[in-house]
Design a protein around this ligand. Structure first.
Ligand SMILES: [Zn+2]
Length: 234
């Protein structure tokens, strides 16, 4: 057996695998804060949501705060029909309970705008509003942006932005080489290797679907110690 083989506690796996929440995030309509994103900008921004956090107020409140408590990360993003539908893997058990009970639902997106124009005159207002935006004749049209985060809120800027579906998915089991049962276990080191294997170590670079493949529960060893190695890492 190779020294680079990895093993995982089944409890760790069950915590990470399969709690999936799908959200309506944003569309191209004028939002309650007086700005909108273009369809092209939304299309280009899709990949920037992957790996980005889903947050709440520390202590499980809902609103935007400067330093939120992170309860999950986005693993898919698609634009089926002029709006963004995205799935996050929920890593916080309390957050999962609040989603299941219906206590949490609405979400609000945090973006970083790179190019903004006035809807009335077309002026570049990226660095600040012009007179049309200040007097309400125009609104801000975001032509370029990246996603920063999504937070649970009570009153979303986009009326439709909320939880759509919850799914407790079972990650397909992959038969992989296994380490000996007495092999020394270093969770941090193993996690670091999986990040590298999935394109990391930086979150922005990680292929999350690949990353997830390393976290699954062995049906041959339910409730026990599961010893898995990501395929192709040896
Ligand atoms: Zn203007």
């Amino acid at each position: 057996m190779s020294l680079r083989e990895l093993c995982f506690q089944a409890s760790l796996n069950s915590l990470r695998a399969g709690r999936l929440a799908t959200f309506y995030i944003i569309d191209t309509a004028l939002n309650r804060n007086g700005w909108r994103v273009t369809d092209e900008a939304l299309e280009r921004a899709l990949p920037t949501l992957l790996g980005k956090p889903l947050g709440c107020v520390p202590g499980y409140g809902v609103n935007h705060v400067a330093e939120p408590q992170i309860v999950g990360h986005f693993i898919t993003a698609e634009k089926p029909d002029g709006y963004l539908l995205a799935t996050a893997e929920i890593t916080d058990p309390t957050a999962w309970e609040k989603l299941q009970s219906g206590e949490w639902g609405p979400v609000s997106v945090v973006i970083k705008a790179h190019k903004v124009r006035c809807s009335l005159c077309g002026a570049d207002v990226t660095s600040g509003p012009d007179e049309h935006i200040l007097n309400g004749e125009g609104h801000q049209v975001v032509e370029g942006f990246t996603f920063e985060r999504v937070d649970f809120v009570s009153n979303p800027a986009y009326p439709s932005a909320r939880l759509i579906t919850l799914k407790a998915a079972v990650v397909p089991y992959e038969e992989t080489p296994k380490a000996p049962m007495d092999y020394p276990w270093d969770a941090d080191e193993a996690e670091r290797r999986i990040r590298l294997w999935a394109g990391g170590p930086e979150k922005e670079d990680i292929d999350w679907s690949r990353y997830r493949r390393a976290f699954s529960i062995s049906p041959a060893n339910p409730g026990g110690r599961s010893l898995l190695t990501p395929p192709g890492i040896m």
